[in-house]
Design a binder for this molecule. Structure first.
Ligand SMILES: [Zn+2]
Ligand SMILES: [Zn+2]
Length: 277
């Protein structure tokens, strides 16, 4: 079994619209590439900030700019016009857990992917003067500590089934300074929290397409997760049909090498394991 659950039907670029990308024909393009690449389980997890309902959770200026779509329409579209699993990528916004829970409870998802992109008002993965955390924090240790504290809290929040791109903070590779320490000190509390919370950890090939050019998470974090017997969910974070299953040969090799034999399959927020590959 191969899965691709963390998938976006709509690219992130400005000016894209639901009317153009949330269509049966577009979903079919994703399905065709998935079939070619042997991916049986395919689902979508659109960014929560695309939906007007997200503004009840958080009023970040970026969300205010991006929130255009109707959440009910997205859910109805995926359920009625596609055969894709229904998910959502929902940011972890500390202090707004109840509001996010209220949003998520409105629909019957197959899974919810939890992501940390923001630390306070600033983002770890956005090279923009206004928003980049790296231009504000005093040291890489501070950024990494804050990032993994948030990942840990996201796992323990009980909001999510999958913790997405679990070491996203490394996205810039050598483009940003690295903490001068054994990185396992950051991974460990996050992996422990995922274990305690009973959530799955995502292995995402998206990192291969980013400056870091490495799968999320780093091998050392994956090994730690395997030791802890954390369930693993495999996704590409595709934003285009051609990105479905991208880098999976490398991902499957890494997973096998680290001793992962099974991956997660989700239906209506119930998880089961299927043999990898
Ligand atoms: Zn993300
Ligand atoms: Zn994503």
């Amino acid at each position: 079994m191969l899965t691709d659950y963390h998938v976006h039907l709509r690219p992130d670029e400005d000016g894209t619209t639901a009317a153009r990308y949330f269509t049966a024909a577009n979903a079919e393009r994703y399905r065709e590439v998935a079939a070619e690449r042997g991916i049986e389980e395919l689902g979508v997890a659109e960014h929560v900030h695309r939906f007007t309902a997200a503004l009840d959770v958080w009023q970040h200026p970026f969300w205010r700019r991006e929130a255009r779509d109707d959440l009910d329409d997205y859910v109805t579209f995926v359920r009625e016009e596609t055969d894709l699993r229904l998910g959502i990528e929902a940011d972890f916004v500390p202090g707004r857990e109840d509001r996010m829970a209220a949003l998520l409870e409105q629909h019957e998802w197959d899974y919810v992917v939890g992501s940390v992109h923001f630390l306070g008002d600033f983002a770890v993965d956005w090279d923009d003067e206004e928003i980049d955390i790296w231009r504000r924090e005093s040291s890489p240790e501070r950024v990494w500590k804050r990032y993994f504290d948030a990942v840990r809290a996201s796992a323990l929040s009980g909001l999510y089934d999958i913790i997405g791109h679990p070491d996203l903070v490394k996205i810039w590779g050598s483009g940003r300074p690295m903490p001068d320490t054994d990185l396992r000190r950051y991974y460990e509390p996050a992996v422990e929290a995922m274990l305690d919370a009973g959530v799955a950890m995502e292995v995402s090939t998206a990192g291969l397409r980013k400056p870091v050019a490495e799968i999320y998470p780093a091998r050392a974090m994956l090994e730690m997760a395997v030791d802890a017997k954390l369930p693993i969910a495999l996704s590409s974070d595709a934003h285009l049909p051609t990105q479905i299953g991208s880098g999976y040969e490398q991902a499957v090799e890494l997973l096998r090498d680290c001793g992962v034999r099974e991956i997660c399959v989700f239906e209506r927020r119930v998880r089961r394991l299927e043999p990898l590959g």
